[in-house]
Design a protein around this ligand. Structure first.
Ligand SMILES: C[S@@+](CC[C@H](N)C(=O)[O-])C[C@H]1O[C@@H](n2cnc3c(N)ncnc32)[C@H](O)[C@@H]1O
Length: 272
C-alpha cells in the first residue's frame, strides 16, 4: 500500500506543478487571484452559506477550492499528501490573505494531523478514487466533525468511471468495484487539464467504489445520511465526446443524442 501511495504522491507532485502554472487555463488560477470564486456549479448550488463555518477540506490539491470556501467567509484547513500542492496552496494563501491553512499528510492520518473539530468536512471531485479503503476514509471524515457537523462529498459517478473514455460510445472497460488489494494501475503521460507538459511520474493506482459501498461506509461511520443526489453534469471533460455547458461554472455534459447517464453524485451526512 505504501508503494501505491508513494507512486500516486509522485504523480500528484508532478500534476500539482502543472496545474498551478495553469497554462491550459483549466483551474482559472488568474481569475481566482483577481477575486473570482471558482467553485463549480453543483457545489455552488448545493453548499448553501458557509460563512463562519470551520471547514476541513480533505485532498485539497493546491488549495484553490479551499481558498474559494474561505472567500465565502469560512475558516478552512486543507490537507493533501503532495508537498508540491501544499507549497502552492500556501503561496496562494499568502498572496490572497484568505482564512485558510494547509497541512501535508495522508488523508488516513487526518484526525491526528488536523487540530479540533469541524462544522463541515468537504471532499470533492476526484478524491476517494485514490483510496483503497472507503470505510476507513468515512471513519476519518466522521472523526473530524463536531456534533451536528456535516460531511459533503461530491464525486464523479462510479458507474461512469467504469467506461472507457477514449471510445466514442463509452464502452464498459473496468469492473464496477476495485478490490482493495488490486488497484487499477494506469500510466498517463499528460494530465486531464489539456496541458501538454509530460508527467515525469505517470503511473497511478486507483480504486472504483460503488455508491452502495460509499453509502454503507458513511452509515457505518455513525453519520446520518441526509441527501444522496445524482447529476448529469461533471466538473471535467471525462471523454472527448463531452461538451462544456455554455455560461456555467466549469461543467461538462454528454452530447445531445447520447443516452443520459449519471455523471456525478453528491452526499450530505450529519454527525449526531
Ligand atoms: C483530483 S485532486 C482533488 C482536487 C480537489 N477537488 C480540489 O480541490 O482541487 C486529488 C488530490 O488528492 C490528493 N491525494 C491523493 N491520494 C491522497 C492521500 N492518500 N492522502 C492525501 N491526499 C491524497 C492528491 O495529491 C490530489 O491533490
Amino acid at each position: 500500500m505504501e508503494n501505491w501511495f508513494e507512486q500516486n504522491r509522485r504523480n500528484w507532485n508532478d500534476r500539482a506543478a502543472i496545474h498551478v502554472r495553469d497554462e491550459a487555463g483549466g483551474y482559472l488560477v488568474q481569475a481566482f487571484l483577481n477575486g473570482a470564486d471558482n467553485l463549480h456549479d453543483i457545489e455552488h448550488e448545493e453548499l448553501g452559506d458557509v460563512a463562519g463555518l470551520r471547514i476541513a477540506h480533505l485532498q485539497c490539491h493546491f488549495g484553490i477550492d479551499t481558498l474559494c470556501l474561505a472567500r465565502r467567509g469560512a475558516s478552512c484547513v486543507g490537507l493533501d499528501f503532495s508537498p508540491v500542492a501544499i507549497a502552492a496552496a500556501r503561496d496562494l494563501q499568502a498572496r490572497t490573505g484568505l482564512d485558510a491553512s494547509f497541512i501535508e499528510g495522508n488523508v488516513y492520518d487526518a484526525r491526528d494531523l488536523l487540530k479540533g473539530d469541524f462544522d463541515l468536512v468537504y471532499v470533492t471531485w476526484g478524491a476517494i478514487n485514490w483510496l483503497p479503503d472507503i470505510r476507513r476514509w468515512a471513519g476519518v471524515a466522521a472523526s473530524l466533525l463536531k456534533p451536528g457537523g456535516r460531511l459533503y462529498l461530491l464525486e464523479g459517478h462510479p458507474s461512469l468511471m467504469t467506461l472507457d473514455e477514449k471510445t466514442p460510445d463509452l464502452r464498459p472497460a473496468y469492473d464496477w468495484r476495485t478490490p482493495r488489494g488490486a488497484p487499477l494501475t494506469m500510466s498517463d503521460d499528460t494530465t486531464y487539464t489539456g496541458d501538454t507538459v509530460r508527467i515525469a511520474n505517470p503511473v497511478t493506482h486507483e480504486w472504483l467504489h460503488p455508491i452502495s459501498d460509499v453509502v454503507n461506509a458513511v452509515i457505518a461511520s455513525g453519520l446520518r445520511i441526509e441527501a444522496l443526489n445524482e447529476h448529469e453534469r461533471l466538473a471535467w471533460a471525462f471523454s472527448p465526446i463531452m461538451v462544456p455547458v455554455e455560461g456555467r461554472r466549469r461543467m461538462w455534459v454528454l452530447p445531445d443524442g447520447f443516452p443520459r447517464l449519471p455523471l456525478a453524485f453528491s452526499l450530505w451526512a450529519r454527525k449526531g
